[in-house]
Write a protein that binds this ligand. Structure first.
Ligand code: HEC
Length: 168
């Protein structure tokens, strides 16, 4: 069952990257992903494939299956579902477009509290490469994800799974 689901997800990812190679002007592009779909409906694999295809390059070619497997490195400290609890690290739902260190009630380190950028793919890429290099003094004890392709896949996965909505 799990294998089947993974295979289906991989097939979708392949199908999506095949589409995006022919210029992105295909009539099948998910031009109007409903911006305010009811939050209660769990996104289907097709919704996720559409969300992936709508990401800016290079994230639209991200491999969600690999991103999911890299997220295993974060899972012990972070949840990503809406309303998920804070663990050692803060819940990451809605992190894209959120000001750094702004999850209510989470006890961030001073360096994070003193920062003022907004999380986007660029900042996350630097953070995930080397958290303590990017923000010396952070209490996120994660060594870093050194392979750029793994970071693309993980960021694509996080965008799809944390409710990121591209600007209209
Ligand atoms: C050992 C626990 C741990 C692991 C593993 C970990 N984190 Fe964190 N993370 C934290 C902590 C603690 C913070 C708060 C940092 C601070 O306040 O200095 C944090 C903060 C963050 C933030 C900033 C959130 C905000 O609200 O500003 C992001 C984004 C993040 N982590 C992503 C990740 C991702 C993605 C991974 C996996 C590649 C990961 N983390 C792995 C513990 C962890």
């Amino acid at each position: 069952m799990r294998t089947l689901k993974l295979a289906a997800a991989a097939a979708l990812v392949l199908a999506v990257s095949a589409c995006s190679k022919d210029g992105g002007s295909s009539g099948e592009a998910p031009a109007s992903a409903p911006a305010d779909a009811p939050a209660a409906a769990a996104p289907t694999d097709a919704d996720k494939a559409a969300a992936l295809a709508a990401l800016p390059a290079p994230y639209n070619t991200g491999d969600l299956a690999n991103g999911q497997s890299k997220f295993a490195l974060c899972r012990s400290c972070h949840t990503i579902t809406e309303g998920g609890p804070d663990l050692t690290g803060p819940n990451l739902h809605g992190v894209f477009g959120r000001k750094v260190g702004s999850r209510p009630g989470y006890p961030y380190s001073d360096v994070v509290k003193a920062s003022s950028f907004t999380w986007d793919a660029e900042h996350l890429d630097k953070w995930l490469t080397d958290p303590r290099g990017f923000m010396p003094g952070t209490k996120m004890t994660f060594a870093g994800l050194k392979d750029p392709k793994d970071r693309i896949d993980l960021i694509a996965y996080l965008k799809v799974e944390t409710g990121y909505k591209p600007a209209p």
